[in-house]
Design a protein around this ligand. Structure first.
Ligand SMILES: C[S@@+](CC[C@H](N)C(=O)[O-])C[C@H]1O[C@@H](n2cnc3c(N)ncnc32)[C@H](O)[C@@H]1O
Length: 279
């Protein structure tokens, strides 16, 4: 019978050999999930022997990760901006860099009373729900072209007790009224880049959520063009973009009439969040 500490060590080695960039963390999350233990409890149970059914449960999850399935899909849940969200193959796994976008949106909403906010391409509902959780007075609309994604977002909103106005739409087509702020983390990967993507993204995450078209900026271009009609006077469009795209996206916003633009880096120092204000 193997002890938990040894199983963790062997599992991290297995995941490292299979290409995980975070093998020890993955092993802890998956084994903790299989055994019903918090990560901290793993560390106080290193000597605990695991029986065969427990080892089999761990092995099943580790083998999925060994095939590079994202940990979030295996767990069925992922944390975003302090919220615990249900996620599966119908939606992108929310990323830490998108929390930078949320923080910037919240700062821009500061001082506005009961603002109307839109999240275009909501996926799991991550951005819309994080804003609604922090600003309960905001009226938040969340759109997606994917009916499947909206099903996930709706379930997350219900589980968290947060009210969203969800709409199946291409960008904001058919959505009435104007917004103080439109936020979006749209698909921004170019078709040629797909072969260079990690298997987690290329083989598991929805293509509709990641690939925008041949150039990668196609959805961002359409969002910029749609902004003037969607925003209240003084309103902001705030988008996430890919590494190396920020200057071009600032240019798109300026060309669409933004009077002021900014770019903000993510935690890795890459300009990732771009915003523009219209008068
Ligand atoms: C990169 S994912 C972002 C998901 C979520 N907002 C997040 O940050 O985790 C992009 C999302 O945009 C949706 N999408 C793609 N094209 C769209 C369009 N033209 N209009 C609305 N949503 C779109 C996809 O279905 C996907 O859910």
């Amino acid at each position: 019978m193997r002890q938990l500490g040894e199983v963790l060590r062997l599992s991290a080695g297995y995941l490292s050999e299979h290409g995980s960039p975070t093998p020890r963390l993955d092993a802890e999350l998956l084994i903790g999930h299989a055994l019903g233990l918090l990560r901290i409890e793993l560390y106080t149970n290193f000597d605990r022997p695991l029986d065969e059914p427990e080892l089999a449960a761990c092995r099943a999850l580790l083998e999925r990760r060994g095939r590079r399935e994202p940990v979030a899909y295996i767990l069925g849940r992922w944390g975003f901006h302090g919220l615990d969200l249900a996620v599966d193959v119908r939606v992108l796994v929310p990323r830490p860099e998108t929390e930078v976008l949320v923080e910037r949106c919240l700062a821009l909403l500061d001082g506005l009373d009961a603002p109307r906010v839109a999240d275009v391409g909501t996926g799991s509902g991550a951005i819309a729900l994080a804003i609604k959780a922090a600003r309960p007075d905001a009226a938040v609309t969340a759109t997606d072209v994917s009916a499947d994604a909206l099903t996930v977002a709706r379930a997350n909103a219900a589980a968290l007790g947060l009210e969203l106005d969800l709409a199946e739409a291409d960008l904001l087509a058919g959505v009435e009224g104007r917004f103080a702020l439109v936020a979006s983390n749209p698909p921004y990967i170019g078709e040629a880049e797909v072969t260079g993507l990690e298997p987690e993204v290329a083989e598991y995450e929805p293509r509709l959520a990641t690939v925008a078209g041949p150039a990668g900026t196609e959805v961002l271009e359409r969002l910029a063009a749609a902004a003037p009609a969607a925003l209240e006077p003084g309103g902001w469009l705030v988008v996430e973009c890919g590494a190396g795209q920020a200057e071009a996206v600032r240019g798109l916003l300026a060309a669409a009439g933004a009077v002021e633009t900014f770019a903000e880096p993510d935690l890795a120092g890459i300009d990732r969040v771009v915003g523009g204000r219209w008068t």
